[in-house]
Design a protein around this ligand. Structure first.
Ligand SMILES: *[C@@H]1O[C@H](CO)[C@@H](O)[C@H](O)[C@H]1NC(C)=O
Length: 280
């Protein structure tokens, strides 16, 4: 082997050794300025058929989410990505941009990824805005976008808020621990950290994970196809495969009363909450 070949081989091996995530770090460390918000919305749902179109105090839920997203100052564009003609028609009716995506998308990230590839323009960051959080604050959207823009080594950003003590042992409430620079260490359906008393520690600031997330667009192209990882499968938490593959995720802490609409019963709850606060 000639010296030159050996050097080339060495460089390639080193690149493989540090892992694919370094590729993003070097290639995309520039300020990621072009940002799109995508609201993935599917009609079929095991727990709540037609959920995006459910009426909340006189407006379809998806319209409420879209109106909130439009107020975010960091988004250049907001689109709805759906597999359903009724949802598309409704969204066009209130003025939203719609991208049709396949019925086969397994989750919101996959739908965002497909929508991104169908768009005519290029974007550096994609915010996945869940349609079932109609009271999402535009400031939270802006917060996670800025977190990703100022953390060039991260490919993913998301938000947490204070966990309510009554939710500590609810497996549907996902907990998150972060390092001292605000990067995610782990997510769990169990209580983390776990106090040796076996009870919650009233002094400890536990974090509840909020569904909203943003991705580096190059990362989003490969994210849905990353092979499922052991911790991801055991906890049934998609985001764990990001960490298990060694990518960095930035987490911001926000004040937010979570009012996700998962079941038909949640609709009355959120309507009461809005009436009490004169939100229309
Ligand atoms: C566990 O929780 C208790 C309060 O319930 C607290 O006093 C203690 O410092 C916590 N940590 C440990 C290691 O016990």
């Amino acid at each position: 082997m000639s010296t030159k070949q050996w050097i080339l081989h060495g460089v390639a091996a080193a690149a493989l050794a540090v892992g694919a995530h370094a590729y993003f770090y070097y290639r995309r460390s520039a300020f990621r300025s072009r940002v799109i918000g995508i609201i993935p919305a599917r009609f079929a749902s095991s727990r709540f058929q037609g959920k995006p179109l459910v009426d909340i105090l006189g407006k379809p839920m998806i319209q409420r989410t879209w109106e909130r997203a439009k107020l975010a100052t960091t988004l250049d564009r907001v689109v709805v990505a759906t597999d359903d003609e009724k949802i598309a028609e409704c969204c066009r009716g209130f003025g939203a941009d719609v991208i049709m995506t396949a019925e086969s998308c397994r989750n919101g990230a996959e739908r965002c990824s497909e929508a991104l590839q169908k768009l005519d323009k290029k974007y550096d960051i994609v915010v996945n805005i869940q349609g079932d959080e109609p009271l999402i604050e535009p400031e939270i959207i802006d917060g996670i976008v800025k977190a990703l823009q100022t953390s060039p080594d991260a490919v993913f950003s998301t938000a947490v808020t204070a966990l309510k003590p009554e939710d500590a042992f609810d497996p549907n409430r996902v907990k998150c621990v972060v390092d001292n620079r605000g990067y995610a260490i782990y997510f769990s359906r169990g209580l983390i950290p776990f106090n040796k008393s076996g009870k919650t520690n009233p002094e400890f600031p536990y974090n509840l994970h909020l569904g909203i997330q943003s991705y580096d667009s190059e990362f989003l192209k490969i994210y849905p196809d990353l092979t499922p990882t052991p911790l991801q499968l055991e906890e049934d938490l998609e985001q764990l495969k990001v960490l298990e593959n060694g990518y960095k995720m930035k987490v911001i802490k926000v004040d937010h009363d979570a009012h996700g609409v998962d079941t038909p019963e949640d609709v009355a709850k959120i309507e009461n909450y809005m009436r009490e606060r004169n939100l229309s």
